[in-house]
Design a protein around this ligand. Structure first.
Ligand code: NAD
Length: 290
């Protein structure tokens, strides 16, 4: 297939490389000058999408996506597919889908989970919103870049699934970290705490698969001095998106709101920037109740 790929950063670079390695004809564009193995370089987004049957975007945020979409949709032929894999606000995903529909272009929002390691290994999970027609065209390409793709519903459903998942993740990580610190202060051994909770009703992905304390439970960034992993600032981005969506849908999400505020303090007012999101544990360790 002839594929245009826009946004060749930490995630987009390896995703584009995997498509090229699988034998597809990939032309990529990024505002910074990057060379990706097997990927032809275009001098503009418009040039990258010229003659493409499928265009994939992997960009930092919704404003940039809207801007890029404005530039490329008029250049795309009818019945080709625009697949956005960035994590953006639900409203931006829906707006781009509408713009595509008006131009006769098929579209889907397909944010990912799995991080840079998953992008490199081709083992991402895609959460997809959009038409079945677009999903059917994209499926073989998603199979190259990932291990699983769930078609969640119409335009915006992929982003909705992603931010709901990550809102749970942020809230659960905070709960897990504060419980470990409470256990410490109560004189409970961390290993015993893990042994009990990981097999009791307090178990969770953050406790069992991403244990936020060093030397206990799953191997995780805690065992590597809290180097990300999943950086605290990316968690903050996703929590902000969840609160934008909650605002727009008039949903009451008090725990999500608190999680956003806490990660904002951690990243912007303390030393959270550049640390894994599980470093929240160290934050609680260093504080007292007052
Ligand atoms: P990144 O900053 O490494 O890559 C984004 C790329 O887009 C950069 O190379 C940037 O130069 C390029 N870009 C910016 N504006 C552009 C434009 N107008 N035209 C063309 N290129 C442009 O970010 P990333 O880590 O690759 O993340 C990409 C997206 O994936 C984000 O939405 C992020 O939230 C999401 N995501 C990231 C991870 C992760 O672990 N890094 C995990 C899941 C989802």
């Amino acid at each position: 297939m002839k594929i245009g790929f826009i946004g060749l950063g930490n995630m987009g670079g390896p995703m584009a490389a995997n498509l090229a390695a699988a034998g597809h004809d990939v032309t990529g564009f990024d505002v910074t000058d990057v060379a990706i193995d097997g990927v032809n370089r275009a001098v503009s987004a418009q040039q990258a999408v010229e003659g493409a049957e499928v265009v994939v975007t992997m960009l930092p945020n919704g404003a940039i996506l809207r801007d890029v979409a404005n530039g490329i949709i008029p250049q795309m032929s009818k019945d080709t597919v625009l697949c956005d894999c960035s994590t953006v606000d639900v409203d931006a995903a829906k707006a781009v889908a509408q713009q595509c529909e008006a131009a006769g272009v098929l579209s889907m929002d397909a944010p990912v989970s799995g991080g840079i390691g998953g992008a490199q290994a081709g083992s991402l999970t895609f959460m997809v919103g959009g038409s079945s027609q677009a999903f059917d065209v994209m499926q073989p390409l998603l199979d190259i870049m990932g291990q699983k793709a769930v078609h969640c519903g119409p335009a915006g459903a992929g982003q909705s699934a992603k931010i709901c998942n990550n809102m749970i993740l942020g809230v659960t990580m905070i709960g897990t970290c504060e419980a470990f610190v409470l256990a410490d202060k109560l004189g409970l051994d961390r290993q015993k705490m893990f042994d009990v909770v990981s097999t009791s009703s307090g178990y969770s992905w953050t406790m069992n698969a991403y244990t936020p304390v060093p030397g206990v439970g799953a191997q995780s960034p805690a065992d590597n001095d809290y180097k990300p992993g999943f950086a605290a600032e990316l968690m903050l981005k996703d929590l902000r998106l969840s609160q934008m969506a909650a605002q727009s849908a008039d949903a009451d999400t008090p725990m999500g709101q608190l999680a956003e505020a806490l990660y904002a303090t951690f990243v912007e007012g303390e030393d959270g920037l550049g640390q894994d999101f599980s470093a929240m544990l160290k934050r609680f360790e260093g504080r007292s109740r007052g």
